[in-house]
Design a protein around this ligand. Structure first.
Ligand code: NAP
Ligand code: MG
Length: 496
């Protein structure tokens, strides 16, 4: 049953908010008592003050993770026992779904309709999906000489640091923690200072599910905490999701410290190619709108470029603008709201400055302003620009906001060239009723995920997620994610 706004507002007044670091299974204040305000972008209200971790907390957390790893309390546990713990964790996440969804909405301004349907259920699903893999993923016996027995095994790395952004705080944290824990590693998780709340509650639930103390630690704080983890000599791997600029730094930190494994999920400027034989213009237009206005466009996979064939341009844009109308910003706790607030004032400022540049370089078709200005929150209208050519900032750079850049093409070759003319390569889609055209075009697109006649169609964990080019390396989700968190070991036994 869908709950009312009153239900959520009432629940919010009773919500217990965890606001300290979670290290070695216990709550910790920062060594110097430092805190930072956690502000809701819904209305500018301070939700709580959160412990601001520094180097001493990073040290404690890494030491606790290492101790747990060396003890074998998690890493050497029988696979089926580890599976039971992670399945219980997934169950607890589902049992606390309302509370977690509300925390996420208050912290980020995401619509409650999204956090209850996607963020939290998909997090529980991800944990259980990896849990179920624990006692299925086997090693190999090598086909080697008769006098030898050769084993190829997957060994956990040790201590994995996960540094995650604010656009899907719970889900992206789980995308890292679940496979890393599945493989027997210990984890130190650094949520964004803009959205630390759900990670803290998730870690508490993991302990309740039976995860040993130290297997999952959470150190809220600013970028210096991420840097301390990325430069730490006793961290074996850093799994990062965030901007390409910070991703570059992480790679450097690793190179300059202990050459820890680095996995980067970075930005995007993903295109949708709508060909004249698009099978359903209305569905395509609604999908184009959803792909840029969902989560206020604060998506690495946001489809921020629409490439439209000149023949159908006028008709199609009318439909996209009509679909954009249903994303007028609303109160995130209202179950009717499809687009909530942006994450904070600085992100609004960034988006508005792009819109200002857009107004000089292109034609504004709708939106372009702040919305709900009396709320005290951070709202921006769904915005669409018709762009004269691809070499303008709004058509090239990742805005991370509800701003769609429309580009026009005449031939498929031109559309593919436009699509691939980007430093990013995270996602793309092709709309065509012709199977051959769709397949041959999809094959030419340099992107980690390509949809045909759709976009963001499923949270199915079977699909690897990540990017080509400067969108990063490595893949979250799917069994391939397990490769990120294990080393291959060859053991060769001489028999005779
Ligand atoms: P961000 O500024 O790169 O921050 C990501 C994380 O890194 C945060 O926890 C941040 O901490 C931390 N950090 C900042 N400076 C650091 C440093 N010098 N060393 C180590 N860690 C540091 O990204 P964001 O603004 O949170 O998120 C938006 C970006 O994430 C977009 O570019 C988007 O495309 C990308 N993204 C990519 C994916 C994907 O899967 N490819 C998914 C979602 C988002 P603080 O926030 O506390 O400073
Ligand atoms: Mg917040």
């Amino acid at each position: 049953m869908r709950q009312t706004q009153e239900y959520w507002s009432n629940l919010a007044t009773h919500l217990e908010i965890m606001n300290r670091a979670f290290i070695d299974g216990r709550w910790h204040d920062a060594h110097d008592g430092a805190t930072f305000p956690c502000v809701s972008p819904i209305d500018g209200r301070e939700l709580t003050q959160v412990a601001r971790c520094g180097h001493p907390e990073v040290e404690l957390a890494v030491r606790s993770a290492r101790k747990c790893f060396e003890s074998g309390a998690w890493s050497a546990l029988e696979p089926r026992a580890r599976k039971r713990v992670l399945l219980r964790w997934a169950e607890l996440v589902s049992e606390h779904a309302d509370e977690l969804a509300l925390l996420e909405t208050l912290d980020t301004g995401k619509p409650i309709a999204d956090t209850t349907v996607t963020d939290i259920p998909s997090s529980a699903y991800c944990i259980s999906w990896f849990a179920e893999a624990i006692d299925k993923a086997a090693g190999e016996v090598a086909p080697t000489a008769q006098h030898l027995l050769g084993l190829v095994t997957h060994e956990p790395l040790g201590v994995v640091a996960a540094v995650v952004p604010w656009n899907f705080p719970a889900l992206i944290a789980v995308w890292k923690c679940a496979p890393a824990l599945t493989c027997g590693n210990s984890v130190v998780l650094k949520p964004s200072e803009k959205s630390p709340l759900s990670a803290l509650r998730l870690a508490q639930l993991a302990l309740e599910a039976g995860l040993p103390a130290g297997a999952l630690n959470v150190v809220p704080g600013f970028g210096d905490v991420g840097q301390a983890l990325a430069t730490h000599h006793d961290v074996d791997c850093i799994a990062f999701t965030g901007s390409t600029a910070v991703g570059r730094k992480i790679a450097r930190y690793a190179a300059e410290s202990n050459l820890k494994r680095v996995w980067l999920e970075l930005g995007g400027k993903s295109p949708q190619l709508v060909l004249p034989d698009c099978p359903d213009l209305d569905r395509a237009a609604q999908t184009v709108a959803r792909a840029i206005f969902y989560n206020t466009g604060q998506m690495c996979t946001a489809s921020s470029r629409l490439l439209i064939h000149r023949e159908i341009k006028h008709d199609f844009i009318e439909r996209v603008l009509a679909a954009a109308g249903s994303y007028a910003p609303g109160h995130p706790l209202s179950p009717e709201t499809k687009m909530g607030s942006m994450i904070d004032a600085s992100q609004v400022g960034r988006v508005l400055s792009y819109i200002e540049r857009g107004q000089m370089d292109a034609t504004l078709l709708t939106g372009g302003r702040r919305a709900l200005t009396k709320s005290g929150g951070e709202y921006v209208e769904p915005t669409v620009f018709d762009c004269p050519h691809p070499d303008i900032a709004i058509a090239r750079e990742e805005i991370f906001g509800p701003v769609l850049a429309v580009l026009t093409f005449d031939t498929i070759d031109e559309a593919v060239a436009l699509a691939n003319d980007s430093e990013y390569g995270l996602a793309a889609s092709v709309w065509s009723a012709n199977l051959t055209t769709a397949h041959t075009t999809a094959r030419r697109l340099r992107a980690g995920t390509v949809w045909v006649n759709g976009y963001e169609e499923t949270d199915d964990m079977n699909f690897p997620f990540g990017g080509f080019k400067e969108s990063g390396n490595g893949r979250d989700n799917s069994l391939h994610a397990l490769d990120k968190y294990t080393e291959l070991k060859s053991t060769i036994i001489r028999l005779t």
